[in-house]
Design a protein around this ligand. Structure first.
Ligand code: T1G
Length: 691
């Protein structure tokens, strides 16, 4: 037995115990697949071996095919060949599953003649989440084992099921605390008999029931090529022998794998994990212990942030300046939880448990025992510096002092304290208890272990943390400002709000810039512009007319009618046309393609500047910010991945044209964008660098 081999096999007492050993998740790389085939050959060639057990070392059975291999030259044996060697084994093979058996990992277990699961096992086919479909027999073997309708649900939803559910479905024969021991006994009991192959179609269930489920599935899935492919592949199980079904499945897999949609989803899978690696942080830097938290400010953001701690089981003190404000804050939190209970997404017991972790207090002194203090007060530098100056003398040594600021200079905030090493930004996105993005803003003097603390805490709070350097708006809001500016210019030049919003929703966003502005309230941007001495003629005119969005019943749209999403308002069109005339602009019809490019390409351009300045460590970090902070459609991979998809030379050419057309010099391509385009490279060719 060679311990470093990715597959080991020990023959003892009539059983060959074959272990997958490819940390961290036993991904089924070429070496693992070859190891499985070799181990099965040796076991079947050894007369002392009567039965075979296949299991995974470490955290779980297997997380599936090695996604990093996709797009590279194929390595034999294929996963389907490895699974066939298991299924065709003359001696029975039983899978002993602990932890994850996902994707190709579960397909490998399906090739076995029986399966035993540990109570903690999670079994699933999540390929749909990567824009794929199970491509190594899952669409043919699972329906034949548990029925077409339950198999369809597992594959189209892509969520894992637990051991007991798997047993109830007939996916595993046994749940045992010692899966290897139980699998060994089961395998020996099967020795000598013809191993059961999940090839017959007897278990598929009624065709009509499947067709009904297929219609409902496709309706729910919408434009999802993976779901359509899965339905087609499972349908073949009713009509063709398994060999033909496997061939059709393989064709679907190759088509989906090579589609930009799946490449985008696979990019984001790795980008989210890469964002956790912080270049420039000394190796092995550990975060500080966070047993207690405090949040300053019981407004919408502060309450949501406090809920994040309670949801993670961390006691938190919500601090306000007076009892009335505190009561309002706590009532808002209670209301949020009540909504979840009403929706059925939270039990009353869980709600009570979480509420018990949130204590209210008046005065900053209540932050004295907290290991992390998050300030979430009004977006005004003077107020924030006053608070941090006081916290400096109140918070215990080593406490991390974080600001939830959306834009402001974290270094300036830190300068109000005697311990800038403890100060950083933790920028949550509204609603803070829902949105997954957390921008961790690293100040010039922020200590490495303070950064590590915020990153680890972010994950504990079920957020996706991304490190940003200090600049106005950090990564996401700095790029959003470019889109907002272009959206206003498009209105001035001839477009209408509904045309601009339609362009963005057609691209895949849930809502466009003007729908979003009306939802959040137009006065937020208005206040920021006034503080900066800037103007946005149309947005300012709407605010001056009292049209602040949904909260005043009118904004870019009219919300006085039945339609929740608001309807175009002739008064707004007249206001836009008046402001255009005042600006001396001759309006023109603007097509959807130009609108989309004018909204997205300036953001990509700003992303290039953000990379040049080292504000973001890598392009994928920017994609993760836009996925989890602003719902960029995952199927195009985020702004920087999308830029590589359309090609940087085209982006340079379009930006130069827009700059010349509008005289807006901010549209000139960033130097990094020009350089990469000239070198024929994409953003993905950039190495990570310290933020
Ligand atoms: N291939 C390659 N690397 C993988 C991997 C995979 N399948 N799964 C995880 N990793 C890496 C991951 O990038 C990270 O790397 C490390 O392992 C730990 O992962 C033919 C075609 C299993 C639930 O979709 O959902 O099979 O950052 O941080 O939080 O039909 O990993 O350390 O360098 O996520 O404990 C289908 C994907 C593949 C499952 C564990 N399988 N993985 O979560 O650890 S396609 C999946 C996960 C397929 C067949 C098809 C999760 C996890 P690094 P992690 P975790």
């Amino acid at each position: 037995m060679t311990p470093s081999a990715p597959v080991t096999s020990v023959h003892a007492d009539g059983v060959a115990l074959v272990r997958l050993s490819n940390p961290p998740v036993n991904a089924l790389s070429g070496a693992v697949r070859g190891g499985v085939v070799d181990a099965l050959q040796k076991a079947n060639a050894d007369p002392a071996v009567r039965a075979i057990v296949l299991t995974g070392e470490g955290r779980g059975f297997s997380a599936g095919a090695d996604i990093t291999e996709f797009g590279k030259p194929p390595v034999s044996p294929s996963l389907s060949e490895a699974i066939a060697s298991v299924e065709e084994s003359p001696k029975p093979v039983v899978a002993a599953i602990s932890g994850n058996a996902l994707g190709g990992g579960l397909e490998l277990a399906l090739g076995c003649h029986a399966r035993v699961a540990a109570p903690d096992a999670k079994l699933g086919l999540p390929e749909v989440k990567l824009g794929l479909l199970p491509g190594a027999g899952g669409t043919q073997r699972l329906p034949r084992l548990i029925g077409a309708v339950p198999a369809l649900k597992i594959m189209v939803e892509g969520n894992p099921i637990g051991a007991e559910a798997a047993k109830a479905a007939g996916l595993v024969q046994e749940v045992a605390a010692d899966p290897v021991g139980a699998a060994t006994a089961l395998a020996l009991s099967l020795a000598g008999s013809t191993p059961r192959r999940s090839r017959d179609a007897a278990n598929l269930g009624a065709r009509e029931a499947f067709e009904e489920a297929a219609v409902a599935t496709l309706k729910r899935a919408g434009e999802n090529p993976s779901a359509a492919a899965i339905v087609d592949a499972v349908r073949l199980a009713f009509e063709k022998p398994i060999e033909e079904g496997l061939a059709a499945e393989r064709a679907h897999f190759v088509r989906l794998r090579d589609d930009p949609r799946s490449k985008a989803l696979r990019h984001l899978f790795f980008a989210e994990r890469a964002a956790a690696q912080i270049p420039g942080l000394p190796k092995g830097t550990k975060g500080r212990e966070v047993a207690r938290a405090a949040v300053i400010g019981g407004g919408t953001m502060g309450g949501g942030i406090a809920m994040n701690f309670a949801n993670a089981g961390i006691p938190v003190t919500l601090i306000e300046t007076d009892q009335d404000a505190l009561t309002r804050g706590l009532e808002r939190v209670a209301g949020n939880y009540a909504t979840s209970v009403k929706r059925g997404s939270l039990t009353e017991a869980a709600r009570d448990q979480r509420m018990s972790l949130i204590k209210g207090a008046v005065g900053l002194e209540a932050a004295a025992e907290a290991d992390v203090v998050i300030e979430a007060v009004f977006e005004e530098m003077g107020l924030k510096k006053e608070i941090f100056g006081k916290l400096d003398g109140i918070a215990k040594p080593g406490a991390v002092l974080a600001s939830n600021t959306s834009y402001l200079d974290v270094d300036e905030i830190a300068s109000a304290t005697s311990r800038p090493g403890d100060v950083l930004g933790m920028h949550f996105f509204s609603p803070a208890n829902v949105m997954k993005l957390l921008e961790v803003v690293r100040g010039a003097k922020t200590a490495p272990d303070a950064v590590a603390t915020a990153m680890e805490l972010g994950r504990k709070l079920a957020k996706v943390p991304v490190v940003s350097g200090v600049c106005y708006g950090f990564i996401g809001n700095r790029m959003l400002a470019r889109r907002t500016a272009q959206a206003e210019r498009l209105l001035l030049e001839g477009a209408l709000p509904q045309e601009v919003d339609a362009a963005l929703t057609a691209y895949g966003f849930r809502m466009g810039p003007f729908q979003m502005g009306d939802l959040a309230g137009l006065d937020i941007g208005w206040r920021i512009r006034k503080a900066q001495g800037k103007r946005a003629p149309i947005a300012d005119a709407l605010c001056e007319a009292g049209r602040l969005g949904q909260k005043t019943g009118k904004g870019y749209y009219d919300y006085s009618g039945a339609a929740r999403s608001g309807v175009p308002d002739p008064e707004v069109r007249a206001l836009i046309e008046r402001v255009s005339a005042e600006q001396g602009i001759t309006r023109r019809a603007i097509g959807q393609e130009e609108i989309t490019e004018r909204l997205l390409l300036p953001m990509i351009n700003e992303g290039a500047r953000i990379l040049e300045e080292g504000i973001a460590a890598r392009p994928g970090d920017i994609d993760v910010v836009w996925l989890y902070g602003y719902n960029w459609p995952a199927t195009t991979g985020g702004p920087m991945f999308y830029a590589d998809t359309i090609g940087l030379p085209r982006i340079v050419e379009r930006l130069e044209r827009f700059a010349a057309q509008s005289g807006d010099e901010t549209l000139q391509p960033a130097p990094l964008l020009r350089r990469l385009a000239a070198e024929g490279r994409g953003f993905s060719s950039l190495e990570a660098k310290a933020a």
